[in-house]
Design a protein around this ligand. Sequence first.
Ligand SMILES: O=C(CO)[C@@H](O)[C@H](O)CF
Length: 532
Amino acid sequence: MRISDQIIDPAGAQSGDQLKAVVIDGNLNVVHQSSVQFDSELPDFRTQGGVHIHTDRLTVTSPVLMWVQALDLLLDKMKRAAFDFAGVRALSGSGQQHGSVFWRTGASETLKHLDPDHNLEQLLHDSFSVSDSPVWMDSSSSKQCLDLEAAAGGAERLAEITGSRGYERFTGNQIAKLRQTRPDEFMDTERISLVSSFAASLFLGGYAAIDYSDGSGMNLLDIRTRNWSQICLEATAPHLDQLLGAALPSTSVLGSISSYFVHRFGFSESCRVVSFTGDNPASLAGMRLQPGDIAVSLGTSDTVFLWVQNPRPALEGHVFCSPVDQEAFMALLCFKNGSLTREHISNECAGGSWEVFSAMLRETPLGNDGNIGFYFDTMEITPPAVGIHRFDSEDSEVSSFSPQVEVRALVEGQFLSRRLHAERLGYSILPGTRVLATGGASSNKEILQVLSDVFNAPVYTIDLSDSACLGSAYRALHGLLAESGVSFLDVVKNAPEPQRTTTPHPSAKQVYDGMLQRFARLEERVLQKPRP
Ligand SMILES: O=C(CO)[C@@H](O)[C@H](O)CF
């Protein structure tokens, strides 16, 4: 790759709260970054964390036109910064998993004939049959999950086919709910995209295929045959295969960039668009995860994931097709109450100051004198519980902690939960295990110290706190070369190595091995409590 070549990746495209672009050169060095924060830079949409939480506290959506406007804004920012779009040889991207975009009948013609004298928001303003896209934080499709599990032959059978039991946020259940509750909008839909393939469609000037990896988060794709499961399609909506289009390998080169971007921004006509994928699969690529590593992404949601060759789908957690190896898979656990909950406790206990929050972690002991907390601001995915629950060293429930104890109870509780549920699924932390951390909170050393202590393993980070961006730029490069048969890990073998940032305290194993057993018992007590 000529040094002047660059790979643009509007990755993190539609991750929870922002749209980001990362550009790398032919030596895999990051040469440009830009971003748009949805809440502060597109205030007219009045989102919080990029979403609207509806009054039922279960329905969570994002305005699709906010995502479109964010792309206009991002590319205008790069243009004003005199970014050389002509040097971009390929682009790829990622989007928050499970979210869905419903294209109105006729939108494909609009996409094909975009007028470069206008911005995308003006051109696509009437192209969506559903203006408020369901997103991953939604928990409102429980009935549809039960119906789909029944149609598949039970939760275990559905997990065996699609990699997961029925989950409310998974796209198939959201599609079924929309068809049942908003039939007119559903009937006016000619294509359904994931957030990732929606973003790819904008650059392609036509409907982009859903890739195998992000498609694995829909409860619709058979993860072994990599075809849509007929049982699941028929249980969800009639002719759904026509609305989704065929799924393609995540390494597919979808085509050349739309002439709209050539004329409006100066992209080269030869710029290739490589299949977009989900944010977590892109993070796996960005961290160049290897078998034996465990990744912890500390973002709007926290996720724990790793590379697996022989998947064992279960009733907890998920198995997705790997985004970088057609024979492999990735196992993932999702914890919805991630950075928004850390922000909530920081505002309540540390005056919103991360410096104060970090000092409180430094000043409180490992094990927090036996105090344990569970912090679920919204209905949690892993485990399915809600509310805040605090216990003292005698396992007695208490109504409050001091601010310092609360801060440590939150961070220890989050990481004890990540470890407990990972070990339940058979992930074992072995000597030599690397914990690779990414996401916004991975830039906080005190939070990473607690992560290292709870897992009793060293924590490594990469230069960029958002590995989904970097992973999509790497995948863009791999897409250019994949036809030559070169593996993804070979293409990126010279990328900057993750740096070790923290190692566990000598007493960590003794403190947290014991605390984990208490945590598991108390979590059972929380799950037995009646939901409010
Ligand atoms: O639901 C999730 C994974 O299954 C979340 O991590 C979303 O991908 C966040 F955007």
